[in-house]
Design a protein around this ligand. Structure first.
Ligand code: 6R9
Length: 653
């Protein structure tokens, strides 16, 4: 990306206009932050009031990070319903206001504007359909849908009746879907005939069928009619959702839920084993999603807010659906991709709907930056006033391009650091309060106490670099791993006792600004999507010709990180280029397109310690082309393996 401007901005000061308009200026930030960590019960007790409670809470925070007795509860004696908070309570004032703007994949297809009244009607009907199919409070419902309004209806319908939704990203394979259905024992899948992305169809119903066949649990598949494409049909199991909703009552009283009742499960990759079912609960999650959406994006009533994520990821949960709708916002849902029909699409959608707040991922910014400025500058974008970034570290070049070209140097960028596990944004600028530094997520949100520790767990004070931990609980954090509380405690609280370990490395500068440097565990961040190396490896070794595999990340211009795989074949199998493609397609089919390896290198042997542990550190260096600096290799069982890998790596250039 050397043809682009070199990073030169040092800091961007908060403008007077922003100081005037924003909810939070710097003095307010400092005062409220202090209160939030020194008197959390007072601070959050007040913030909890942003929601409508059926039975008010009397207890605010009740949590401990003490290993192994980790327990997190917020507002624990309060009751409420998330769907009533996202819809019903807005009806008096906003029944005719647009809740959701839907922008389809094909720009020729008309957009839809769904009002809060229509949202209420659809959610109640869908909730009644679920009830009629026997779904009860606490049951798990799997949602496997494209970016269409029905995805939001389905989420809110589950919340309405107290069912726990588990959304599986539409890009995941039938196997991945089956694994997630199986893990949470979900008897119902909500899907659509097909999805549409970038002009291409995605066979969602066919995938759901294949998943249902693999997993014994699925009793009903509710199907949204979306593209009208031909699909297989199983009488007695499959139900057209439009027909069922037309017959259902538009009235469905919201279930009274405890603040600590689960709202959803979302599977995410970690450094070991199968994806974990991250559990988020009702009260604390919604308070946190609502509050961060309001302050991080400085959302006001006249805004049109667009987050380009997919509802299959946590960003879609918290910042397309729950946060915005809890705040009575107008939220845009986009079915398509940034470069279809061409790389102007995002900005054309901004102009078409007068979007004021735009939130996307660095990978999209880098891809659009590569397509050239003309695609941006030919659009107006005058409605924009704030830009956001999420999912991976944003490199300063991309930050500057986003800031100068897209935002015409007038829109602050909020670089928001957070995770599936955290439920909402933890480290971020606030546009009226925080001077920006390109590439830094800057400062903690209210109630968040970040710290850096070295690998022995010693606290690093002042400027320095280390592993990012969080010292105390905030309302939006995950409560457990579905069905496996021990895994929750072991994964997040055992490395540094008494602290939540994020898995990220981080630098803190002289202004106490945080700079996330990326994962320090075996998680690869591909285009902002988390991929466990263990998952890619187990997909590869499931191939009959593969005996052993190791996957590592390497720097990739567009995706941030790409997947580099070392593969040892079974004896008698031969290395050939056709086999690389076969293995790539294999992983794509096993997990989904986002997991497809960028590079495969055949390796007669992998570098291992004498106890047989693969030395990934060395494999990472080779993938990064950094042979001069392999670090300590004295524990290698067979050093010749490494020279062989380097030779092969160099030969393929
Ligand atoms: C929200 C989301 C979480 C991981 C996280 C970190 C990376 C997210 C970031 C960022 C640097 C940012 N990450 N936002 N790194 N700057 N602003 O992305 O959740 O899919 O669980 O990924 O993404 O490495 O640990 P999730």
């Amino acid at each position: 990306m050397s043809e682009h401007k070199v990073y030169k901005l040092d800091t961007v000061e908060v403008s007077d206009a922003w100081k005037k308009r924003a909810y939070i200026d710097n003095d307010k930030y400092l005062a409220l932050y202090k209160e939030s960590v020194e008197a959390p019960d007072t601070f959050w007790g007040r913030e909890g009031q942003r929601l409508d409670w059926i039975k008010p809470y009397t207890r605010v925070k009740n949590s401990t990070f003490a290993y192994p007795d980790v327990s997190i509860k917020w507002f624990e004696d309060g009751t409420l319903n998330v769907s009533a908070n996202c819809i019903d309570r807005h009806l008096a004032k906003r029944a005719d206001q647009t809740a959701i703007i839907w922008e389809p994949d094909d720009p020729e297809t008309p957009a839809q504007h769904i009002t809060y009244r229509e949202l209420h009607d659809n959610v109640c009907r869908l909730a009644n359909v679920l009830k009629a199919q026997g779904v009860k409070r606490g049951d798990r419902v799997t949602i496997y849908l494209p970016m269409i309004p029905a995805a939001a209806y389905a989420m809110l319908a589950c919340a309405r009746i107290g069912a726990i939704h588990s959304i599986v990203f539409g890009g995941f394979s039938p196997d991945s879907l089956a694994g997630r259905v199986e893990d949470c024992k979900s008897a119902v899948i909500i899907t659509s005939d097909e999805g549409r992305r970038g002009g291409r169809s995605v066979p969602l119903k066919a995938n759901a069928d294949a998943a249902a066949e693999k997993s014994g649990h699925v009793e009903k598949i509710l199907v949204v009619r979306h593209t009208g494409g031909d699909i297989p049909w199983t009488e007695g199991r499959d139900i057209w959702l439009d027909e069922a909703m037309a017959e259902a009552s538009p009235d469905c009283p919201p279930e009274e839920m405890n603040a600590e009742d689960p709202l959803f499960i979302l599977y995410t990759s970690g450094s070991t084993g199968a994806p974990k079912g991250v559990v988020h609960c009702t009260g604390g999650y919604l308070v946190y999603a609502s509050m961060t959406h309001q302050y991080v994006f400085d959302y006001h009533d006249d805004d049109v807010y667009w987050c380009t994520a997919d509802v299959g990821w946590v960003t879609g949960h918290s910042y397309i659906v729950y946060g915005p709708l809890a705040n009575g916002a107008t939220t845009l849902m986009f079915e398509g991709v940034p470069n279809f029909p061409d790389p102007s699409r995002f900005w054309e959608v901004v102009d078409k709907h007068n979007v004021t707040i735009f939130y996307t991922a660095p990978t999209a910014i880098r891809a659009l930056m590569g397509a050239g400025e003309d695609y941006v500058t030919k659009t107006s974008r005058k409605s924009l006033r704030l830009l956001g970034s999420v999912g991976e570290p944003i490199n300063p070049e991309a930050w500057e391009w986003y800031y100068h070209v897209v935002g015409e140097s007038r829109c602050p960028i909020v670089d928001t650091w957070w995770q599936t596990e955290t439920g909402g944004v933890l480290i971020t600028p606030l546009p009226g309060a925080t001077k920006l530094k390109p590439g830094s997520a800057t400062r903690p949100f209210f109630g968040v106490q970040p710290a850096l520790v070295d690998s022995d767990g010693n606290m690093i004070e002042g400027p320095g670099q280390g592993n990012l931990v969080i010292l105390d609980s905030w309302p939006g954090m995950m409560r457990t791993v579905y069905g496996d509380h021990k895994r929750f405690v072991d994964t997040y609280f055992s490395a540094y006792k008494g602290m939540y370990f994020t898995g990220d490395g981080c630098r803190r500068d002289e202004d106490d600004y945080y700079w996330i440097t990326g994962r320090v565990d075996d998680v690869i961040n591909v285009s902002g999507h988390r991929m466990g190396t263990a998952e890619v490896e187990s997909a590869l070794v499931a191939h009959p010709k593969v005996s052993e595999a190791a996957a590592v990340g390497f720097p990739h211009d567009i995706k941030g990180q790409g997947i580099y795989c070392y593969v040892t074949l079974m004896a008698g199998e031969h290395e050939m280029d056709g086999l690389k493609k076969e293995l790539r397609d294999w992983v794509r089919n096993e997990i989904g397109p986002i997991a497809a390896p960028d590079h495969i290198q055949f390796a007669p042997g992998l570098p291992k310690t004498r106890s047989g542990k693969i030395m990934r550190r060395i494999l990472r260096k080779i993938a990064e082309d950094e042979y001069g600096n392999l670090g300590d290799t004295s524990t290698l069982a067979d050093p010749s393996v490494v020279s062989h890998l380097i030779e092969n790596r160099q030969n393929r250039r």
